[in-house]
Design a protein around this ligand. Structure first.
Ligand code: PLP
Length: 460
């Protein structure tokens, strides 16, 4: 093996001029410049076309350039773009909350809109905390989470994110919360089955609660189907039910971070709907909810929590742009499109076709060890050796190399740095829910070519 240098990861932007690049090592080449998007395709300024195989960062659920959403956007912008929600309520905030709560179903009675996923998770943690305080449980302040996990990039969201590398950098600024293992189905410890490992991971939660002292534990936050953390690992109903029982036993709230898995992506409006006997107390959404047309995040909560907090003066929380009229109008139009095009059912059906194609890709590739996911939230895992599941060296940065090859072949692949090397190199495959059957075939072909180049590079 001849490890190539780390060239670039998705999201790298140039460090130069007046642009403060992110994840941008000195001398990183500039990514292509985006010019326009339509459906599942993006074009750069040179006219080159890319299939948006991951809907950006698992965002563009209804595809690019939807004319009905663009019309709703201009209509609302022409009326009013901003009015502070403490002075004025807005038509689309109310309509969007009604729509989202109806789609989320029983137990999700109120919706609170913010600007993105990190804000939504911080809102969930703060609402849970305020609820504990007003119900005489002020000793509860710890939020247990999983390792690996991703809950956002603000310092509060990082406190519950399970990523040792980020913690190394920001550790002194974060009150790092207790972590328990996530049941990674492709990385089961020797002697365990997937089922026994899931139960061990659930039991590790109870052990952590007992170790910390149940009276100090506020909540358990988890991605029911992970994105850039577990890479679309889908656990069994038994795991979620055990987690729910443990949390009930100790008075701990359950928060599902559905920022990636929500808004229809997994073939249900919430991934939580797949395991109805294990309902969470709070759910957060973002990404696909406004599908990239505007920044938007959402916290869903039950009446009993909101009413308790309202009875003591109301939720002490807000941002300048919360319940922004323009974002709410756009998201309302996006949700209308999800309903009009029946995209939740489409995600389920097209997800089956995509998984079948990915399994064919894996069978032909010497470096694809696993294919997993639900609906159109899927991932493949890249390994050095399929029989032993041996991983590639972290320094090789297989995700970044695959992205390079993808851009060359006209397919945009969002992933992360190989900085969680211990958990494997996976590639999310999460196209817009509007993708056609023929476009799924094209996606598989372009992915196959990109993987073949990566395999050649590894063999060199
Ligand atoms: N939670 C999950 C599961 C995510 O995937 C992300 C973003 O990738 C976030 C939270 C943070 O959302 P945002 O980047 O909108 O703040």
């Amino acid at each position: 093996n001849n490890p190539a240098p780390i060239v670039r990861t998705v999201g790298d932007t140039p460090q130069g001029g007046t642009v403060l690049g992110f994840y941008a090592p000195k001398g990183a080449p500039r990514p292509p410049r985006i010019a326009r998007g339509e459906g599942v395709f993006l074009w750069d300024a040179d006219g080159k076309r890319y299939l948006d195989a991951t809907a950006g960062a698992v965002v563009a659920n209804i595809g690019h350039g939807n004319p009905r959403v663009l019309a709703a956007m201009t209509e609302q912008a022409a009326k009013v773009s901003f009015a502070y929600p403490r002075f004025f309520e807005s038509e689309h905030n109310i309509a969007l909350a009604d729509r989202v709560c109806a789609l989320a179903g029983e137990g999700f009675d109120r919706a609170f809109f913010v600007s993105g996923g990190s804000e939504a998770n911080e809102s969930a943690i703060k609402l849970a905390r305020q609820y504990a305080v007003v119900t005489g449980q002020g000793s509860r302040s710890k939020v247990i989470s999983r390792d690996p996990s991703y809950h956002g990039s603000t310092l509060g969201a990082l406190a519950v994110t399970g990523d040792a590398n980020t913690l190394k950098l920001y550790g002194p600024m974060i009150r790092s919360m207790p972590k328990v293992p996530a049941p990674l189905s492709y990385r089961v410890p020797e002697g365990d089955t997937v089922a026994s490992f899931e139960m061990a991971c659930a039991d590790a939660l109870e052990q952590a609660i007992l170790r910390e002292g149940p009276e100090t534990v506020l909540a358990f936050i988890l991605e029911p189907i992970g994105g850039l953390s577990t890479g679309a690992v889908v656990s069994s109903a038994a795991y979620f039910e055990r987690v729910r029982q443990i949390c009930d036993r100790h008075g701990v709230l359950v928060i599902y971070d559905e920022i990636m898995s929500g808004a229809g992506r997994t073939g249900a409006f919430l991934a939580a709907h797949h395991w109805p006997a294990a309902r969470p107390d709070l759910v957060t959404l973002a990404k696909g909810l406004a599908a990239g047309y505007t920044p938007l995040g959402c916290l869903l909560a039950p009446d009993r929590i909101v009413d308790a907090v309202a009875g003591s003066g109301g939720f002490v929380h807000g941002h300048t742009y919360f319940t922004n009229p323009l974002s709410c109008a756009v998201a309302h139009a996006v949700v209308d499109e999800v309903i009009r095009q029946d995209l939740v059912a489409r995600a389920r059906d097209r997800g089956e076709l995509l998984m079948a194609r990915l399994r064919e890709v894996a069978a032909r590739s010497p470096i694809v060890g696993d294919v997993r996911g639900k609906g159109l939230l899927t991932a493949i895992e890249i390994v050095a050796d399929k029989s032993t599941r041996r991983q590639l060296p972290v320094a090789f940065n297989a995700p970044a190399r695959l992205t390079e090859h993808g851009l060359k072949h006209g397919i945009a692949l969002y992933n992360r740095r190989a900085n969680l090397g211990a958990f494997g190199d996976f590639q999310m495959i999460t196209p817009p829910l509007t993708i056609s059957e023929a476009e799924i075939d094209t996606l598989a072909e372009l992915l196959q070519k990109s993987l073949a180049d990566l395999a050649d590079e590894i063999a060199r």
